[in-house]
Design a protein. Structure first.
Length: 401
């Protein structure tokens, strides 16, 4: 029997004083009075458990916004694109000018039964992450299988920039061979420059290091050696080393399978791949990149790494992420001395990237890559003022020639 029933019975049936009942059961007199009034108004319904939900939720989002979140989830999933809370929040902010937290979106997706629990899935925090500091510092490559409408098995070869996740070159082939790998690498180099290093698995089309020395280097290895590109290969049975390109292939194949018109020929497949690559590079936000930038933005607005023999060994280059303070200034330490760089109050609290090569500095926005300022640091000065166009000197009210 619940305490509420005991209290009401003691007052109504036994006729005991409410104050006495409150002392006997260790409750407040106000609660006893409220129970008795509820019983006289509602009868037996007074004994039913009461909801503790607040009468109002000022922080709750509107039903229309909930409907928009559910619709975005459905549309993105049907297109074979990522439809997680981070991606939905990005679309709400950029396409609908709405700010909703990731936790709120996740809560409503769960409430509507749109989240599939995976308790046995390895947590992301357990992986040791690495990322190249600059574009072209490392290119990852791999190929995967895909079936055409008639069941023909074909292969898709991908070259991906490790720093930005930019898809450099993605092509479909009946079968990926050594000459094809070399040809696609050369095409990627012609379009994007020579990388400092490559990272692949130990497939024979990429390396012969596990073949016992038979046959010497393959075509790709000779090309990398000629260009002074460092070749890196994953440890056998450790596929997560090349996880970025494998994740890209997983996303691409999910998108391909979601298309209403499945490819019947290699040409059809390549057309779809080109569509996906364009959207992936230039339109789709990537949650692994700072501020969910697109791969193209991350790739295009940073200096490109070069093979080791092409660099000046005495040059000190670095990349730093920062935010402009309320006064429109960002600080940078060079040779142990702190310098203040004026950017302008109009850019206060803007997230930026500083590209530093010795005393030469470029300041760009982290989200769009817009160049805010380019300067050479004066090491003798603390504050680095914005350059101003000198006004013509005047004499007697007339400009001097």
């Amino acid at each position: 029997m619940s305490k509420a029933r005991l209290v009401i019975t003691a007052v109504v049936v036994e006729g005991r004083c409410q104050a006495e009942v409150a002392r006997s059961y260790g409750v407040s007199k106000g609660w006893v009075s409220k129970l008795v009034a509820r019983y006289r108004a509602e009868g037996e319904a007074a004994f039913e458990p009461r909801s503790r939900r607040p009468k109002s939720s000022p922080a709750a989002i509107s039903p229309g916004m909930v409907e928009l979140i559910i619709r975005l989830r459905k549309e993105l999933s049907e297109q074979g694109l990522d439809a997680g809370p981070d991606t939905i929040a990005w679309h709400l902010a950029h396409h609908h000018q709405l700010t909703v937290s990731r936790a709120t979106i996740s809560r409503y997706l769960t409430r509507h039964g749109l989240v599939v629990r995976a308790p046995k899935k390895r947590p992301r925090s357990s992986y040791i992450r690495f990322q190249a500091e600059l574009p072209n510092q490392t290119w990852q490559a791999d190929f995967t299988h895909y079936r055409l409408v008639d069941g023909t098995d074909v292969e898709i070869l991908t070259w991906l920039d490790d720093h930005s996740r930019y898809a450099l070159h993605v092509t479909a082939h009946p079968r990926v061979t050594g000459p094809i790998v070399l040809d696609t690498f050369r095409q990627a180099v012609a379009a994007h420059g020579v990388p400092a290093s490559t990272l692949t698995d130990n497939g024979m089309v990429f390396t012969t290091r596990l073949s016992g020395g038979r046959g010497g280097r393959n075509a790709l290895e000779h090309e990398l050696r000629r260009l002074h590109v460092i070749q890196k290969n994953s440890t056998p049975n450790h596929p997560t080393t090349c996880g970025k390109v494998e994740r890209f292939q997983q996303t691409m194949k999910k998108w391909l399978r979601a298309q209403p018109d499945q490819p019947a020929t290699l040409t059809d497949l390549q057309t779809l791949i080109n569509r996906f690559t364009c959207a992936y590079n230039h339109q789709r936000p990537h949650r692994s990149l700072p501020h969910h930038a697109t791969p193209a933005a991350a790739y295009d607005h940073l200096p490109k790494a070069l093979p080791a023999t092409s660099r000046h060994t005495d040059t000190h280059t670095r990349v730093r992420h920062d935010r402009i303070d309320d006064s429109g200034v960002v600080t940078l330490r060079i040779a142990g001395r702190l310098h203040h760089i004026g950017i302008g109050r109009t850019h206060a609290r803007t997230h930026i990237i500083l590209l530093i090569e010795d005393l030469h500095v470029r300041v760009i926005t982290a989200t769009t890559g817009e160049l805010l300022r380019e300067l050479t640091i004066d090491p003798t000065r603390d504050y680095q003022p914005q350059s101003k166009t000198p006004r013509p000197r005047r004499f007697g009210g007339f400009p001097m020639s």
